[in-house]
Design a protein around this ligand. Sequence first.
Ligand code: ZN
Length: 268
Amino acid sequence: MLYEKIDEKEKKAQERFFIKFLNFIALDNLLKGRIGYAMVTGMSQKVDLVAICLKRVFTEEKKVKALLLTQTHGLVWVYSSIAGKARQRLELLTPGVLGSFSLRIQKAHQAVFYQGEVIESFFHLKQDYTKIEVYQKILYHIDQTQWQKKDLKNLFALIVFCFRALAFQDPKAVEAIFLIKLLMHEGVLGLELRCVECGCMLKHTYRLGGEVFCHQHALPGSKMYSMQEEQVIYHLAMTRNKQEVFKKEVSQSLLDKLQFCFSIALTS
Ligand SMILES: [Zn+2]
């Protein structure tokens, strides 16, 4: 019900957007000053967007559809022919590529792609198996947990940040930051060291999804987190500085627990 209301509000906002026919979108400073713009011209509903390709599916011979995560329009499915010269578009419609896309909107969250250019292909990440794994998990998690009409602007910035950080930071830390920030974004990560059931203060916690419990009220299957692990979670959740956030080490066992917590909270 709440989502329906949000959708209705967003629909009206989008209608205003189309009527105005010109709208400027300032990109997050993570995009290092690049400015994207969107222009919708009357009937044609032509729009230029900055987006990350999440996945690509070959539908029939010489045709492809791709799911884009856009800064301003949430998730958008785009359709394209890949015959002849259009084959070059495949480079842009590749999962993980950040690009500027010229689209012709057909209906809500569906568009025909006709041209664009690669901003960043994150090619360096594809040279290392551990990095590829994290990179693919990020794309997969976004695809699994988000829905089309949701405002994904902050998430878009988070993904670009994580992809860039993967080039020179510990992949475990990058993945942990991504999981924790996404749990925060969804409002399902408790950070107070107090049992949500009885309110007692805790020296170590039990989590199944994002909520915190004491030993007595822990749900079956919960994992125990030490005080040190909770401190790392708090640090990753609350630190906004892009260098500071990497100052606490993420152990493999903490990452395993966070993956489990994430799967219960958001994808089960
Ligand atoms: Zn309790």
